[in-house]
Design a protein around this ligand. Structure first.
Ligand code: SF4
Length: 291
């Protein structure tokens, strides 16, 4: 069910930009996500999204909050969106909340980083190209080289090939775009064929970077949901997970070191970076006292 809510604040600030994506301000326009990836970490109890698999909450006052909060930020840092929900989930096609937020961000000349699994982001290519004069990055999450597998694991999201087509369209516009290859699910995606397939498609699409994560988290509600989906989609696999990971919080990919080496070789061969460039924060200008 889609529900509107009124949020108290919109941007949450980090003391320092995070080392992966360089994000200083996190922006979530929605709570919950229509993409319904079977491994999604946003189901975890710590995020307090009670009915993640049924409700999507729309922050009805998000744009007003953004207009109010952004100009009051003394430090110009990257606004990041897409870690807790996908800013281009199907609902966005109708609401254009992300598109309108980007216009506000562009008006204030703030840098932006988007994580998405959707080709709907191409709709906003013009505005992203404009923001890109300061800094704009779009990271497409791809975990499976194969469309059929991506449809099983990420049933509400466009399949892998559409994500790469979108990446290619943005890269052709000169927008800085790459791949977040995470999570890599143990026993399902942690094989050389999958990693090589993703790297080859990323190279063909013109990706500037691929950021990998060889493994996944397995936390409380996230684990419960994931294991139920394993029973449905991959009978017998849950038992392998339980034997290997017990109640551990993180589940490393099989042969993670070997896959990391292969990944580094592939990226070097394709000329793709394994880290992304961040926006460099400049210290706020101090007013000089006249007297
Ligand atoms: S797109 Fe991201 S936030 Fe949405 S369900 Fe998938 S992993 Fe979760």
């Amino acid at each position: 069910m889609i529900k509107e809510i009124t949020a108290k604040t919109l941007l949450s600030s980090a003391r320092q930009p995070d080392p992966w994506f360089g994000i200083k301000y996190t922006m979530n326009l929605y709570r919950g996500c229509q993409h319904q990836c079977i491994y999604c970490d946003s189901r975890s109890e710590c995020y307090q999204i009670e009915d993640f698999d049924h409700d999507v909450l729309v922050k009805a006052n998000a744009l007003d909050l953004l207009r109010d909060e952004l100009p009051r930020k003394r430090v110009k840092g990257t606004v990041g969106t897409g870690s807790m929900n996908d800013p281009y989930m199907p609902l966005e096609a109708k609401l254009n909340l992300t598109g309108r937020a980007l216009e506000i961000i562009a008006g204030h000349r703030f840098p932006v980083h988007i994580i998405t699994k959707s080709d709907l982001v191409v709709r906003d290519a013009d505005i992203l190209a404009d923001i890109g004069r300061v800094y704009a990055a779009v990271s497409f999450t791809v975990t499976a080289a194969d469309d059929d597998l991506s449809r099983r694991l990420e049933p509400g999201a466009p399949p892998t090939s559409r994500r790469f087509a979108a990446l290619s369209a943005l890269a052709a516009r000169g927008i800085y775009a790459g791949v977040t290859m995470m999570p890599i699910l143990p026993f399902i995606e942690d094989n050389a064929e999958n990693i090589a397939g993703i790297a080859a498609q990323a190279a063909a699409a013109g990706a500037s970077y691929i950021m990998p994560g060889f493994g996944m988290t397995l936390r409380d509600r996230q684990r419960t949901y994931y294991y139920a989906q394993l029973d449905r989609l991959f009978p017998g696999l849950r038992q392998q997970y339980e034997a290997r990971f017990s109640d551990r919080y993180s589940a490393a990919a099989n042969d993670a070191r070997k896959l990391e080496r292969l990944f580094a070789e592939l990226c070097a061969r394709h000329g793709i970076a394994t880290h992304m460039k961040h926006y460099r924060i400049e210290e706020p200008v101090r007013q000089l006292a006249l007297f």
